[in-house]
Design a protein around this ligand. Structure first.
Ligand SMILES: Cc1cc2nc3c(=O)[nH]c(=O)nc-3n(C[C@H](O)[C@H](O)[C@H](O)COP(=O)(O)OP(=O)(O)OC[C@H]3O[C@@H](n4cnc5c(N)ncnc54)[C@H](O)[C@@H]3O)c2cc1C
Length: 377
């Protein structure tokens, strides 16, 4: 199960999935951020919060242009600082900017430190952007994105095809260390996943596709100063991802359905049709507002921190079809991501219990990373 936006960066993914007969399926991005009329906003229908922050949303568009124009100077400034010196309201940063970036960049609670250049690219870069900036609602109304299915069959077919072409695919094999790199090739030690003595092998070229800290560890003494600078700049935080079907938890913490109390008075025909869609009045989309991405901002001691969740049954095309055809017959599949396990006291779930069902994901933090990436180009 995987989702992606229809941007250039995913073109190879699309091409491979199409080649092996599993073309991506289009769905519409629907978000639900925050809880209650004074905390909630969405890209599906006008909300009280969007109306209240409409000036900041427009000003944010001008900020993106400014960052693009003054990229070498402003690009490195963390987004929190730029928002502050440009006199954006703190609430706008907390309720709009940070949840949006955190959810889609995976930067979690480190989001305020993301360099402004990355935020600008997220909206503007034709190869990288996930959506267009919208001067009225910040996010465009239900932009298209895609989901993939049959991943097991796709990877099996791809692997078989590559094997036929003479590629040696070795699963369950660990690269223990890279022992030398020279014009003569790369020498590395490998061993089967089960403990055993490592074997020394030589290759002409090596492409490392691991997390930055793993790559640095493997490069060891062979790492150049530039590699140390770039790979050493990534910081990781342990997040806990729980896949569950606890509807009661979801409804309590997130806005999962349309409610007139959340809706602002529509001012245009476009807004009226969005409200009609969200209510489920459109016969072509009787499900109405079915958000897939959610964020919740903690209050009290956790102010400024967020929790993210997905309703997989609202975005994965197979689950969407099944739950639309036979509503109520299937439990929804949810995923909740609790950011930064060091702050787990903020979460009401017991992770010792859930450790049976979840993985701790090291989530890369891009804070401070963009300057180094520039440096290496
Ligand atoms: C909960 C969650 C939901 C997500 N949802 C989406 C989504 O819907 N859409 C999307 O596009 N992205 C999503 N992502 C992000 C996506 O999963 C990652 O961006 C992607 O997996 C990164 O792929 P990668 O190949 O770069 O790294 P990885 O998937 O981390 O692969 C690196 C591999 O290297 C292996 N490795 C490490 N060290 C060694 C070694 N010494 N020897 C041999 N092998 C080694 C690891 O075992 C691993 O298999 C999600 C991530 C999470 C955590």
């Amino acid at each position: 199960m995987l989702t992606a936006s229809r941007t250039q960066i995913f073109r190879h993914t699309f091409a491979f999935f199409e080649k092996y007969g599993h073309p991506p399926q289009e769905v519409e991005l629907q978000v639900s951020f925050g809880k209650g009329a004074d905390g909630f906003w969405t890209n599906c229908f006008p909300s009280v919060l969007v109306t209240r922050f409409s000036d900041d949303i427009k000003k944010f568009g001008r900020l993106l242009k400014l960052v693009k124009w003054a990229m070498p100077l402003l690009g490195l400034v963390p987004i929190w600082l730029l928002l502050r010196v440009m006199f954006f309201r703190r609430e706008f940063a907390d309720k709009f900017v940070y949840p949006l970036i955190a959810l889609f960049l995976g930067t979690g609670n480190q989001t305020p430190h993301v360099p402004s250049a990355i935020v600008e690219r997220l909206f503007d870069d034709p190869n990288m952007k996930l959506w267009d900036y919208d001067a009225e609602t910040l996010l465009p109304n239900r932009p298209k994105m895609v989901t993939f299915g049959n991943l097991d069959r796709f990877y099996r077919d791809w692997a078989e095809d590559l094997t036929r072409q003479g590629v040696d695919i070795r699963l369950n094999t660990e690269v223990v260390a890279i022992t030398s790199r020279s014009s003569d090739g790369v020498r590395l030690q490998t061993r089967p996943a089960r403990p055993g003595p490592p074997t020394e092998e030589r290759f002409d070229e090596l492409v490392l596709c691991t997390l930055a800290d793993d790559a640095l560890r493997l490069l060891g003494k062979t790492a150049s100063a530039r590699e140390r600078l770039v790979l050493g700049g990534a910081r990781f935080y342990d997040d806990v991802t729980v896949t569950h079907s606890d509807r009661e938890y979801f409804v309590r913490h997130y806005e999962t359905a349309f409610s007139p109390a959340l809706c602002a008075e529509p001012r245009t025909d476009a807004e009226r049709s969005r409200v009609a869609f969200a209510r489920g009045d459109d016969p072509a989309a009787p499900g109405g507002f079915r958000p897939m991405y959610f964020t919740k901002s903690y209050g009290g001691a956790g102010a400024g921190r967020i929790e993210m969740s997905f309703d997989c049954s609202n975005y994965q095309h197979q689950l969407l079809a099944a739950t639309t055809e036979r509503p109520g017959e299937h439990d929804h599949v949810y995923q909740s991501i609790f950011l930064d396990s060091r702050k787990q006291e903020l979460c009401e779930w017991d992770f010792v219990f859930f450790a049976f069902f979840s993985h701790g994901f090291p989530w890369p933090c891009y804070a401070g990373q963009e300057p180094r990436a520039y440096f290496t180009h």
